[in-house]
Write a protein that binds this ligand. Sequence first.
Ligand SMILES: C[S@@+](CC[C@H](N)C(=O)[O-])C[C@H]1O[C@@H](n2cnc3c(N)ncnc32)[C@H](O)[C@@H]1O
Length: 213
Amino acid sequence: MKKTIDEHAERFSEKATEYDGSKSEEYHACRSLVIEHAAPTSEDIVLDLGTGTGAIALALAADAKKVVGRDISDGMLAEARRKADEAGIENIEFGDGRFRDPNYDGPVSIATSNFALHHLSDDEKRDAIETIAALEPDRFVLGDVMFFETPDPEAPFYSPEVDDPATVGALADMFTDAGFVLTAVERVHPQVGVLVGERVPIDRQTIDYDSDR
Ligand SMILES: C[S@@+](CC[C@H](N)C(=O)[O-])C[C@H]1O[C@@H](n2cnc3c(N)ncnc32)[C@H](O)[C@@H]1O
């Protein structure tokens, strides 16, 4: 992590009220893909980590049974709560929580995160993905800054002083090591993408190489 949790929290709180108006076309494309892949039904409980002002959480609430949003920034959470109140959304709960300590131990069927995990170092991302897997969601949808090609600090979405994105390959290893089967990889930009992991019971995690013989 290039900044401490407190530094990230303060940085986001300072820009919380302007945050929603400052997003790029690629951010919106990534957000739409996360929402599309999460696809909750009225039975699903969604945990959205690094929820910010609720871009993912609020969009999923209409179809989900319940959405739980967690973030480290009081300012971002205040915006998320304000937007939920304004929209009259009641099946949503925002609160303090971190990737590696979500401060939530209820049931989760879908975990999501958008544009947030890249603030953690790769070792911390691995811990975070294992923490998410331990909550036993059926699906984990991650939209984020991630490297499909050689990292380019001059290109958008990657500011080395605050960001610590992983390569797609490293993230894919973290997903599979945590017990997720990677079912979709969406490339939005050379430095932005969406990964979808599904949890498959251990006894079904074998590949039948002889299936068509
Ligand atoms: C770029 S914003 C993304 C917000 C939202 N997910 C979206 O799609 O607009 C990143 C968010 O991650 C949060 N964040 C950073 N580090 C975090 C951590 N370790 N645990 C939880 N949230 C974190 C920040 O406070 C911020 O609200």
